[in-house]
Design a protein around this ligand. Structure first.
Ligand code: NAD
Ligand code: UGA
Length: 463
């Protein structure tokens, strides 16, 4: 079966970049990315590539190459569904904020809506691909909806989870460690798997395309994120011990990471992991375990989240304690608001939680991030619902210039590891700060000796 046209529902951080690369590498396939969010689609269609809705290194070049040739962004969802052979569902699956499983289970309402819409609109056989991260066994529900509400046509369901990380999405998509495709063991199921594998084979070596059954594929995605987050929590779980004993966490990470069985990646101590997926996917895993009565397994994975919460709180408390027990009316400057460098995404960023705790202590938080707007920062803080929007606006100010942001501050907190922070004139920053001037380096990004030589009280993580 040769796929001639693809539709992707959801033009977000996954749908946008993934489909751009599929279109770039398969000029013979028409790829249409649709979304209900009109502004987002308009931004994807913006002539000025610096205004794409997602900041991702290298994305503009890929979009430039394929857009208008075989890559299209549209709000015409029904039309795109019906004219495609293969439909990717790449919508958001956040943690539920209501009802059963509130705060833990994945909210599947957007996925279900997609399934219902596909069933209603489709008039020819389709392959439906789960690109969103979903609880194991979701394909069963999707198939049920498609088969029972559809127009009598044949649907084949595949699971093809995405492993890209933000900030390196294009690199990850161009050179994936593996592509995972889960399908049904039937003849038509295996043909659908082959059809999708062929699309990836345009640029991914065949031996890196792994095929499994549907449930293994769905569960592998949750598990991959749980393992990655667990490594970050594991290294962070040693930072306090380092601080108490004189060991240095970066030295420890380097020493253990050189053991090829452990490996060097994902051992960077930090203020805690953020992003839209680690927390939500582990909570989902915990919820699934609990639902099946697997309480020990649930507790084991939940600890990864508890450690992460502790790391954020600990960082905020350390700032207050070091500043003589009070930050009331003191200007505390954040360098970075995004959850990691090279992205404008702030979902679940440690910055939000740390700012919230400092504002509880009446600190004046001044934030600078090269890619995050003031509006976004305010809305992140308001989303926590700790205090009124006007109070938040009173305590959180955003700056376009890092030197202005640091001017008159008592302390600087490095929240995101943006490369540009290393290139600043730190002597100038020091001169314009309140003394004694503190740096709380939540990423161990700066050179401790150099900062101390300038005059800063330098406080890193796990050192
Ligand atoms: P996102 O919020 O950036 O994008 C989702 C988009 O889907 C939104 O633009 C929304 O408007 C649209 N949408 C929702 N319902 C719709 C509907 N019925 N019809 C049309 N459009 C609809 O989310 P994301 O970060 O791209 O994540 C999508 C999925 O991919 C999630 O399941 C996530 O867990 C998974 N994932 C994300 C990443 C990542 O790095 N962000 C990586 C791997 C997997
Ligand atoms: C993560 C996974 O890495 C992707 O494989 C996965 O596809 C994605 O989740 C998803 O399912 O959404 P992402 O969240 O975009 O990607 O970014 P990561 O690079 O994994 O970083 C997550 C958080 O962990 C960041 O806040 C980062 O700063 C932090 N981190 C990462 C550390 O604190 N230390 C490390 O050593 C690594």
């Amino acid at each position: 079966m040769k796929i001639k046209s693809i539709c992707c529902i959801g033009a977000g951080y996954v749908g946008g970049p993934t489909m751009s690369v599929i279109a770039q590498k398969n000029p013979h396939i028409k790829v249409t990315v649709v979304d209900v969010n009109k502004e987002r689609i308009a931004a994807w269609n913006d002539e000025d590539l610096s205004r794409l809705p997602i900041f991702e290194p290298g994305l503009d070049g890929v979009v430039d190459q394929a857009r208008g040739r075989n890559l299209f962004f549209s709000t015409e969802v029904d039309e795109a569904i019906d004219e495609s052979d293969m439909i990717f569902i790449s919508v958001n699956t956040p943690t539920k904020t209501y009802g059963a499983g509130k705060g833990m289970a994945a909210d599947l309402q957007f996925v279900e809506l997609c399934a219902r819409q596909i069933a209603r609109v489709a008039t020819s056989d389709k392959i439906v691909v789960e690109k969103s991260t979903l609880p194991v066994k979701t394909a069963e529900a999707i198939k049920d909806i498609l088969d029972n509400t559809g127009n009598g046509i044949h649907f084949e369901i595949l699971s093809n989870p995405e492993f890209l990380a933000e900030g390196t999405a294009i690199q990850d998509l161009h050179h994936p460690d593996r592509v995972l495709i889960g399908g049904e063991p039937t003849d038509s199921g295996q043909k659908a798997v082959e059809a999708l594998a062929e699309i990836y084979a345009s640029w991914v070596p065949k031996d890196q395309i792994i095929t499994t059954n549907l449930w293994s594929s769905e569960l592998s995605k949750l598990t991959a994120n749980a393992f990655l987050a667990q490594r970050v929590s594991s290294i962070n779980a040693l930072t306090e011990l380092c601080e108490k004993t004189g060991a240095n966490i970066d030295e420890v990470a380097n020493a253990i990471g050189t053991d090829s069985r452990i490996g060097s990646k994902f051992l960077k101590a930090s203020v805690g992991f953020g992003g839209s997926c680690f927390q939500k996917d582990i909570l989902n895993l915990v919820y699934i375990c609990k639902s099946l009565g697997l309480n020990e397994s649930a507790d084991y994975w939940e600890q990864v989240i508890l450690m992460n919460n502790h790391q954020r709180t600990r960082f905020a408390n350390k700032i207050v304690k070091s500043l003589y027990g009070t930050v009331a009316d003191k200007k505390i400057t954040f360098f970075g608001w995004a959850f990691k460098k090279d992205t404008n995404d702030t979902r679940e960023s440690a910055a939000i939680y740390i700012a919230d705790k400092l504002i509880e202590e009446h600190a004046q938080v001044a934030a600078y991030d090269p890619k995050v707007s003031e509006l976004q920062m305010q809305s992140d803080l308001n989303y926590l619902n700790t205090r009124s929007e006007s109070e938040n606006a009173q305590y959180l100010t955003s700056y376009h210039d890092p030197y202005q942001a640091a001017h008159g501050a008592h302390a600087l907190a490095i929240i995101t590891e943006w490369d540009e922070f290393k290139t600043y004139d730190w002597t100038l920053i020091y001169q314009n700060m309140n003394k004694p001037a503190f740096i709380f380096d939540g990423r161990n990004l700066l050179d401790k000796t150099k900062m101390q030589a300038i005059g800063f009280n330098y406080v890193g993580i796990g050192q």
